[in-house]
Design a protein. Structure first.
Length: 115
């Protein structure tokens, strides 16, 4: 059971004098994952803020964090390198733009090679 006066979620809320006022917290809703054919992914290379190292960046993914992590895991395994998947972007260590674009196309995604 959740307590009625969970003050940590109400930080920054102005006091109300209305006796019938009830605070409603907005729950973040993750959007549904689009089917692979409707996804428009851009595969590019990035060198900024990485100490001169190159990473392949897959951006434009629309869907849940679990599906993003699963796709990132698949790409990391097929490329044989490390990386991460967060905030709608997949980061693969190294320059694998052509290989990642080919893998995504084989999986049915609409992938386009960026810069």
């Amino acid at each position: 059971m959740k307590p009625d006066n969970d003050w940590k979620q109400r930080l920054g809320v102005v006091y109300s004098t209305n006796p019938e006022f009830e605070y409603e917290s907005s729950a973040s809703v993750e959007e549904e994952t689009l089917p692979p054919g409707k996804q428009r992914l851009i595969v590019s290379i990035d060198r900024r803020n990485r100490g001169g190292k190159q990473v392949t960046l897959v951006s434009g993914f629309k869907g849940t964090g679990e599906d993003l992590a699963a796709l990132g895991r698949t790409l990391k395994v097929k490329c044989g390198v490390g990386g991460s998947a967060k905030d709608g972007e997949i980061t693969i260590q190294g320059d694998f733009r052509d290989k990642v674009t080919k893998i995504l196309s084989e999986l049915g995604y609409n992938a386009k090679r960026g810069n």
